[in-house]
Design a protein around this ligand. Structure first.
Ligand SMILES: Cc1cc2nc3c(=O)[nH]c(=O)nc-3n(C[C@H](O)[C@H](O)[C@H](O)COP(=O)(O)O)c2cc1C
Length: 185
């Protein structure tokens, strides 16, 4: 397995209204958060694209996760897109709590500051999407946060990253062949 520490990607600014190119297949992602001086990271598999402009995404973050408290208070987070090379780290991060440990140190995760929000980006991930809480109406009843992606950083290559999707109960799929079907007009 590749070390999570190694910096892998040269990134460029990316139009936030087009981020579904990377997130619509719903790959497992790493959610980073920060409130005051406390930061954390968790694995997230349950989310959905909700709108393109503004760029909205709905995420189910269980109230039992430490990240829930940090995000509820700070109202920001970063969605980081790991590739298959980091899959064991993705599972390990999703199987421990950051309440008593620093998962960034534990898993050797290199970070950069967010450009538009105060939360860390994982530089060894293929893409990073900076999010601000857009609507909290469903948090109380469903732990469902609606975020606006306000800044997107995407690697310049490869065009199609090999990501992983979570099927539950320790089963994953890696992203397969990519192809294009032009829309009929
Ligand atoms: C593959 C995978 C997907 C996960 N998806 C979610 C999710 O969508 N929502 C959620 O609340 N927890 C999810 N989890 C569980 C959290 O990542 C886990 O509870 C984590 O320990 C929370 O960390 P924290 O307490 O430091 O915030 C997932 C775990 C794994 C391994």
């Amino acid at each position: 397995m590749l070390s999570a520490k190694k910096k892998l990607y040269k990134k460029k600014d990316y139009p936030v209204e087009d981020v579904r190119f990377y997130l619509e297949p719903s790959p497992a992602v790493l959610l980073t958060s920060q409130y005051k001086n406390e930061r954390n990271v968790m694995t997230l598999g349950w989310y959905t694209i909700m709108e393109f402009t503004p760029s909205l995404i709905g995420c189910m973050i269980s109230g039992s996760n430490h990240s829930f408290e940090l995000i509820k208070k700070s109202r920001v987070c970063v969605i980081n897109l790991p590739t298959v090379k980091l899959s064991h780290t993705v599972v390990d991060i999703g199987n421990c709590s950051g309440i008593n440990i620093d998962k960034f140190d534990k898993f050797g995760l290199e970070t950069e500051k967010g450009h538009k929000i105060n939360a860390p980006l994982l530089v060894n991930c293929y893409a990073n999407f900076e999010c601000r809480l857009y609507d909290s109406k469903l948090v109380k009843d469903y732990n469902f946060f609606i975020f606006e992606i306000v800044k997107a950083h995407v690697a310049t290559s490869p065009k199609y990253p090999k990501t992983i999707q979570y099927r539950g109960n320790s089963h994953f799929i890696d992203s397969g062949r990519n192809f294009k079907i032009p829309s009929l007009k």
